[in-house]
Design a protein around this ligand. Structure first.
Ligand code: PNS
Length: 167
């Protein structure tokens, strides 16, 4: 029997690199819950509810995927609550690893039965990070190759809203 996993992240915004990791996770796990959480070290462009709408639209047709929001509390507690024994994280570069290593061990300390599984997206997404997509999109650059059309639309809306509030 293929077990259940959670795939947490800030997903601000959800990129094609995230989708690639999710698809790989679905080859291993029967059920994957995409968990949108806040990272205390990051200031987000989209609200957590906007990201929930965004990801639900992108993964709408995928069997075995659900989208949840972690409004507060620890991810490890959430994993325990839903009975997930695996946390999926995408790693693109070696520099991601130190932070991932810390989080993985802390989550295991908090919930010993959980294992973090690191998946590498297709090499074409190596340089696709939400932070750079946000920046380029807000400055008017074309990011259509890196995000789903509905994410692109939401980025454009956000850029227009920001422009309007500056006028
Ligand atoms: O996409 P990110 O920003 O790298 O994701 C980080 C995230 C959201 C998975 C992490 O900050 C997290 O798990 N936040 C929830 C609160 C929590 O459990 N923090 C302790 C992690 S060891």
């Amino acid at each position: 029997m293929k077990p259940k996993a959670i795939y947490p992240g800030t997903f601000d915004p959800f990129t094609n690199g995230h989708l690639d990791v999710l698809e790989r996770a679905l080859n291993i796990f029967e059920e994957v819950i995409v968990v949108i959480a806040e990272n205390v070290q990051k200031h987000s462009l989209f609200t957590i509810d906007e990201r929930s709408v965004m990801i639900s639209e992108v993964v709408g047709d995928y069997a075995g995927v659900s989208v949840e929001v972690l409004h507060s509390g620890l991810l490890a507690d959430y994993a325990r609550q839903v009975g997930a024994r695996a946390i999926v994280r995408g790693v693109r570069q070696v520099k991601d690893f130190e932070y991932e290593f810390q989080m993985s061990l802390l989550n295991r300390h908090l919930y010993p039965e959980v294992t973090t599984v690191f998946l590498m997206p297709n090499v074409k997404y190596t340089y696709v990070a939400s932070s750079i997509i946000r920046e380029v999109a807000m400055l008017g650059g074309d990011v259509s190759k890196f995000v789903h059309p509905c994410v692109l639309e939401m980025l454009h809306q956000k850029r227009d809203e920001k422009k309007a509030t500056k006028l």
